[in-house]
Design a protein around this ligand. Structure first.
Ligand code: ATP
Length: 299
């Protein structure tokens, strides 16, 4: 009996992990129709994350249509550090996220985590090591408990409540007549953008990954909720290596490092203060966004 159930349980866990990772990533990067194109090497070992140092080394990449999208991108995020990626639409920001998750293989250079080339380790172990908080968290037609517990199989109610508290959603859940048993998703209670995001944060906290990939997730939220969620995302980043793909600059000003991508190349890199001083692309993006905010406020 043991011999039969153990592999099945194991497969269950693998399937669940992969499914979750793929759903989150697919959601994040609009890849719902695209199966992953890469395969594990035979006998590939699992990724061992000891510190969480992430390196892109002269990474080249194109989607196979003859157009080069990333042209020699290099950066290092130290263990526990945060890197924000900004740049105009189409610059290649989300592509960096897809490569980190190994949805595609680089066509030149390499990506490593603690010195291990992503192509040499299993995708399952890679996906376990990276938590994704997408713009729009996918909810399953199930209870809110299930939707949070999805971050880790076998999580206890105590664990679930702990992460729900950290994501500031516990009190809301408790206020519902059926509490954690409330059905959510398409056929259940419709959660607001901010509530969904908090479920996503709770789910990721439960998974407890050493590396976080944030697709700056707050565009659909009002300013107050955005600020609160930023606080929660920041708290979640403590002690983890974080890559944040930013569409709005206001949220990444305190990243340890910011890179500005321009047509697949790093045009500028530094802290917010460094980059503002430089009167280059970042400065221009910043001024333009400040103007947009000003004109919105005036409307
Ligand atoms: P945005 O801020 O608008 O999301 P981005 O900087 O994240 O933009 P990417 O999504 O990385 O940009 O896209 C970079 C380039 O790669 C774009 O020109 C895009 O058209 C192209 N691209 C993205 N996905 C694919 C794909 N699956 N096949 C071919 N080209 C693609």
């Amino acid at each position: 009996m043991l011999q039969i159930t153990m592999p099945l349980n194991f497969l269950g866990t693998v399937y669940r992990e992969i499914r979750q990772a793929l759903i989150d990533m697919a959601d994040m990067f609009g890849l719902l129709d695209q199966p992953p194109e890469v395969k594990d090497k035979p006998g590939a070992p699992a990724l061992q994350v000891r510190q969480g140092v992430l390196r892109f080394e002269d990474v080249e990449f194109g989607y196979g249509d003859g157009r080069q999208i990333l042209k020699g991108v290099s950066f290092e995020v130290p263990a526990g550090g945060t890197l924000a990626i900004v740049g105009a639409t189409g610059a290649g920001k989300s592509t960096i996220g897809r490569l980190l998750f190994r949805f595609y293989d680089v066509t030149g250079g390499r990506i490593t985590i603690d010195g291990q080339d992503l192509r040499e380790v299993t995708q399952q172990s890679l996906h376990e090591a990276i938590g994704v908080v997408p713009q729009d968290t996918v909810l399953f037609n199930d209870t809110i408990r299930y939707n949070i517990a999805y971050g880790r199989e076998g999580a206890s109610q105590h664990d679930i409540e702990t992460v729900a508290r950290a994501a500031s959603i516990h009190r809301f859940i408790e206020s519902l007549p059926e509490g954690y048993d409330t059905q959510v998703g398409e056929r259940g209670l419709k959660l607001s953008g901010g509530e969904k995001q908090r479920v996503g944060i709770a789910r990721t906290l439960l998974k407890n990954p050493p590396i976080l990939l944030l697709d700056e997730a707050t565009s659909a939220l009002d300013t107050g909720t955005e600020r609160e969620i930023q606080g929660e995302l920041k708290a979640m980043g403590h002690g983890r290596t974080v890559i944040s793909i930013a569409h709005r600059l206001s949220t990444i000003a305190d990243a340890d490092q910011i890179i500005v991508l321009d047509e697949g190349e790093i045009a500028e890199a530094g802290t917010h203060a460094d980059l503002l001083d430089r009167s280059g692309l970042y400065n221009a993006l910043w001024s333009r966004q400040a103007q947009d905010v000003g004109s919105l406020a005036a409307e």
